[in-house]
Design a protein around this ligand. Structure first.
Ligand code: NI
Length: 139
């Protein structure tokens, strides 16, 4: 492969055995692919820790829309951060529950604050935030 460098890694046999079992369970075809993913994940974490301006992430929320004033509060929060929202998806899970997914782009600190506010809103039953990165920082 052009542009690819091979390098050796020394580590304890027991650690390597555990790593091989771990990546086997995850379905990686080989160690190289697993190590590439670990490196990319580390680069994304660093971007979030150092506070980059062009980060990407998603928020997933599950809530009961019958909870008093909840839907209005969530909408108000989203309008207050409209510049960070690329897209939203709303699924009616059953007669009462809603699943909402927001795709965000912006400054890491702003996105984290926004996610914390939404997930922490009283009445949200479950919320997750997934921090990722635009593709250009991931060689
Ligand atoms: Ni709904």
């Amino acid at each position: 492969m052009p542009g690819v460098t091979r390098f050796g890694v020394s580590l304890e046999r027991d650690l390597l055995n555990r790593f091989d079992r771990h990546i086997g369970r995850k379905g990686y075809p080989n160690r190289s692919e697993a190590i590439r993913d670990l490196i990319r994940d580390s680069l994304v974490r660093e971007q979030w820790e150092k506070g980059a301006d062009e980060a990407v992430g998603t928020i997933t929320l599950v809530y009961n829309h019958d909870t008093r004033e909840l839907a209005g509060r969530l909408t108000d929060l989203q309008h207050a951060h409209y510049g960070s929202i690329l897209s939203t998806l709303h699924i009616h899970l059953d007669a009462r529950h809603c699943l909402e997914v927001l795709v965000l782009r912006g400054n890491t600190a702003d996105l984290k604050t926004f996610a914390d506010r939404l997930i922490g809103t009283r009445g949200v039953k479950h919320g997750t935030f997934s921090a990722t990165a635009a593709g250009d920082i991931l060689p």
